[in-house]
Ligand binder design. Structure first.
Ligand code: KG4
Ligand code: ZN
Length: 355
């Protein structure tokens, strides 16, 4: 690697993955390491914040030093450290931010606070595809379902979002009702297998409405009522795969409907879909078909770059550094960090004490 190249270490600990990566020039992933806590939280059917923090604390050094050695990069070679500042679980964010801050300070490196959602969108730069702007981007994860306008320059604009549960939450809660393991998204994806997506007619909330908002909590309730009427299919065969595939299809129809509506309304030729739910195999297949039909250029990062990872944080850090909107050692974790906000956002007032 030449001296002009920008090497960024990205660290992500906003939820239940301890992740780090080294990315060159915002697009080439030199190494990408992730410690998943899935098994730990699986027993409880959801992420337990205190357990997530403890786990981050115990593995973060191993993950960070492990990724540096896999990338064959020394700390002195780095141009900056980027870390997820929020949104996410406060205690979990605190582990990553404190660690990154100490590492940056000790090694005289700039520290860049990255918004987790901006990170998901930046993952499109890690695919070997031309990123054409403007675009409409859907970030669809366990905590968010947000549709953005991504201009060629300037800040992202929120076009629509879920008014209640995120799509990933609908997958996770639906899986629980179906007796499938945590995390629910991959479990429903697998269970849907050869199931018939038209077997059960679940509602498509908000699909017919002209705005770009979405809603998924009614769908989960519809599944609950359906299962109360018919009973949870006990076998792992046709019964459960039909119900899972139908439930999954209702979510997919809403997501695809809103992306296409957004792309047409804002006259863009590019659409990006990222976040954990974008790893869904049926969604990926159907998005490819719909985008081709509407002449849209689609970028969905590969599944491992859709779910939480350190590479997307390093990529987002690269672009923040380029436009000099990166922050320094004043970065502090923020559980509800708004997009584009990287300043002091305490609610109290800053006052000088008596001397
Ligand atoms: O982006 P992510 O890894 O973490 C958050 O920022 O939330 O997304 C996690 C979400 C979970 O709700 C999980 O069930 C869902 O993404 N997910 C999937 C799939 N893989 C992960 N949903 C549907 N199909 C999948 N294959
Ligand atoms: Zn995420």
């Amino acid at each position: 690697m030449g001296k002009d190249n920008t090497l960024i270490l990205g660290i992500e600990t906003s939820c239940d993955e301890t992740a780090a990566a080294v990315v060159e020039n915002g697009k080439d992933v030199l190494a990408n390491l992730l410690y998943s806590q899935e098994k730990i939280h699986g027993r409880f059917g959801g992420v337990v914040p205190e357990l997530a923090c403890r786990q981050h604390v115990s593995v973060i050094s191993e993950v960070v030093y492990g990724v540096l050695s896999r990338a064959k990069v020394n700390l002195q070679d780095l141009s900056a450290v980027a870390v997820t500042q929020g949104p996410g679980l406060m205690g979990a964010l605190l582990v990553g931010v404190s660690y990154a801050k100490a590492l940056a300070y000790r090694n005289h490196l700039p520290l860049i606070g990255v918004n987790h959602l901006e990170g998901h969108i930046a993952a499109v730069h890690l695919e070997k595809a031309d990123v054409v702007l403007p675009a409409v981007a859907l970030v669809v994860s366990g905590g968010h379902t947000n549709l953005y306008y991504v201009p060629a320059r300037g800040p992202l604009r929120l076009l629509g979002r879920t008014i209640d549960d995120a799509a990933g939450e609908a997958f996770d809660k639906g899986a629980k009702l179906l007796g499938l393991p945590f995390p629910g998204g991959p479990a429903i994806d697998r269970a849907s297998g050869t199931g018939d997506p038209r077997a059960v007619d679940f509602p498509r909330p908000y699909l017919k409405q002209a705005n770009l908002d979405m809603s998924f909590s009614g769908l989960k309730t519809a599944l609950r009522y359906y299962l109360e009427r018919t009973g949870v299919p006990k076998d792992n065969g046709a019964g459960i795969s039909d119900v899972a595939a139908s439930y999954q299809q209702a979510i997919i129809d809403v997501l695809i409907g809103k992306i296409i509506l957004g792309a047409n309304r804002y006259r863009v030729q590019s659409v990006f879909v990222t976040g954990g739910v974008a790893a869904n195999s049926a969604l990926r297949r159907q998005l490819a078909d719909h985008s081709a039909k509407h002449n849209l250029r689609l970028i969905i990062p590969e599944p491992a770059l859709c779910t939480d990872n350190g590479a997307m944080i390093a990529a987002a850090g690269f672009f923040r550094m380029k436009d000099r909107s990166g922050s320094l050692l004043t970065v502090s974790p923020e559980a509800s960090l708004p997009m584009g906000d990287h300043g002091f956002t305490g609610n109290g007032s800053l006052r000088e004490g008596r001397r």
